[in-house]
Design a binder for this molecule. Sequence first.
Ligand SMILES: Nc1ncnc2c1ncn2[C@@H]1O[C@H](COP(=O)(O)OP(=O)(O)O)[C@@H](O)[C@H]1O
Ligand SMILES: [Mg+2]
Length: 378
Amino acid sequence: MSTDDALDAGPYGAPDRELVAAAADADDRAVEGALRPKRLDDFIGQPRVREQLSLVLHGALRRGRAPDHVLLSGPPGLGKTTLAMIISAELGAPLRITSGPAIERAGDLAAVLSTLSEGEVLFLDEIHRMARPAEEMLYVAMEDFRVDVVVGKGPGATAIPLDVAPFTLVGATTRAGMLPAPLRDRFGFVAHMDFYEPADLERILHRSAGLLGVVLEPDAGQEIARRSRGTPRIANRLLRRVRDYAEVRADGRLDRATARAALRLYEVDDEGLDRLDRAVLGALLKRFGGGPVGLSTLAVAVGEESETVEVMAEPFLVRAGLLARTPRGRVATPAAWSHLGLTPPPDAAFAGAATLFDEADIGQGGRLDDGDDEPGTP
Ligand SMILES: Nc1ncnc2c1ncn2[C@@H]1O[C@H](COP(=O)(O)OP(=O)(O)O)[C@@H](O)[C@H]1O
Ligand SMILES: [Mg+2]
């Protein structure tokens, strides 16, 4: 398995995901290695995260000590894996890569931790999916650089303490709210990654075009950036599809007309919404009259797990101003109705609520707003 396979074949990494899905498919993994910025200076956008991280890393380098553990949190495709690799490159330290689902038992983690070398960066992707007993072992290792390996069973079992070389843990998660507080608290630096501005996506597209050896005209870059769902992974994927189209159907130039025609052919909508986004919005509007409706009811309506809807679709729909999370459930905004070309019924619940209950009130985990036990929800 290549590094990128190990990193990106997450639960949503099925190779048949469509064009604008944020999860990586096999094709992405093949090229992402080449497109990943290698140093912090080449990392485009996320200025706050970049600056904070730069301070953490350079401070550690000056002191000649391993930096604090770093938690990277945010939706798929925004650059968490890229940043983990950059952290190891900036520190000039080796990188060890594993992921939560690969750690099924505490022993799996002990095996990794006990073989780290001093200063090594351990990247734990999808850290919220790690087995519980391993989580506990991890807190101790993060704080005291020690693991207790239990030998034997029952009353005769003994814990043998083992030293762990000072290391830096870089955890990545699409769901920071799922991490138990004791684990979250042991990260000295938490970077919240947000969707990218179109201007940053344009810069990423031009950089990628250069690396792929294609000439991307500015207005085509703008067009692709606008439809990339705020996500660099999607931007790079759309760029490759537009390039294919330009080479096969047009004269090879990536101009606006070609970009438009290609994106139309691939059914990427104006806002870059993917099939799941559209399904969620469609269900919210057509089956639940615009809401409010609980997350799990909505997930059942589109035939997905609640977590898939919460991680893959909602953050962008909220960011795009199409959906609001309120204490009573999910609510469509007026923009959602017009995006799907529908007229809201006169009694539609509008997200004036969105201004009353913004993300900050709902908190990281979005826990208080499930609303599934409200009476009258179908
Ligand atoms: N800030 C950035 N600048 C340039 N390219 C980026 C940036 N962030 C992500 N990318 C590109 O997007 C792709 C996906 O990023 P990745 O780090 O795998 O996301 P995540 O791990 O958050 O799902 C990478 O291959 C990289 O080429
Ligand atoms: Mg990743």
